[in-house]
Write a new protein. Structure first.
Length: 174
């Protein structure tokens, strides 16, 4: 799995809106540059910052372009986005070809602000678990199965040996 992440530089450091304007081109050119390197899964940023995007159409257009550039299954990372914003990013990504999500902070980041250990555990048990279930539901209902991206059909899989991890060589069949 490869996880490229873009960062603001120069004037973008002081101007989040400028970075948001440049982000689609940065993410898409990164995917185009890295997609042919023999990776198995691409963990990628949502290509548009929805906080600054003028229309969701732009988000759909950029995400469809990302899917067309990526020859392998891809999943959307959360990059610490607000949970409600990440939900929308995942919905759009799954509609455009993502196989799912690999999220961290969007699910649990508020837990870091809770000082009482009992309350922290309660947040994880109730809120974070429910958030994770919601993301799973979105991916299950709308995500593209990873094997379809590779042109495979369901049930058309090999049965790997017990020691597949030691025998695995990227780009080769097991």
């Amino acid at each position: 799995m490869l996880e490229p992440v873009t960062y603001p530089i120069g004037q973008e450091l002081k101007n989040a809106e400028l970075f948001a304007k440049n982000k689609p081109d940065l993410v898409l050119s990164t995917v185009a540059d890295l997609a042919g390197l023999g990776i198995d899964i691409l963990k990628v940023e949502f290509p548009v910052d929805l906080r600054f995007s003028l229309t969701e159409d732009m988000a759909f257009q950029s995400t469809r372009k990302l899917d067309s550039l990526c020859p392998v299954p891809w999943a959307i990372l959360s990059a610490g986005a607000d949970f409600s914003l990440y939900v929308r990013e995942l919905e759009i990504a799954c509609q455009c070809g993502a196989s799912g999500f690999l999220a961290g902070r969007a699910v649990w980041q508020e837990d870091l602000e809770i000082t009482n250990p009992v309350n922290r555990q309660d947040f994880i048990n109730r809120i974070a678990v429910e958030r994770f279930k919601r993301l799973c539901q979105i991916a299950e209902n709308g995500g593209q199965p990873w094997y379809e991206k590779l042109g495979l059909k369901t049930g058309n899989f090999i049965n790997p040996s017990q020691h597949w991890y030691a025998e695995y060589h990227p780009g080769e069949d097991l």
